[in-house]
Design a protein around this ligand. Sequence first.
Ligand SMILES: [Zn+2]
Length: 111
Amino acid sequence: MTSLIILIIIMIKQGKDNLRKGDNKMECPGCSNKRGNKRVEGLIFTCAKCGAIFGQTYLGDSYKYVKPYVATKAVPIKRTRYYDFDCLSSKGLVRRHGWYDTETGMITQIG
Ligand SMILES: [Zn+2]
């Protein structure tokens, strides 16, 4: 439990440092774009260039953006976007990243 609290403090500090460094514009892990990226909420951002969604959040909150399920039907590539989250979970920090369907929130490719 103590380690979880320390992790939270580190994440908040890192997030603030990144915000300061990036002049409130986090760098997109998908295409490295820094310009015009918008904050969705907290430390979650969308990329102005490729439409990726990325940032730091709680694992459960990340499911709001990308569900923990893989799409069962083929999804047109145009409808997919990159996602990359650092998530705080009961097991510590976990990374969720890959491609997802912007219409259904289902994962189309992991990693
Ligand atoms: Zn991007």
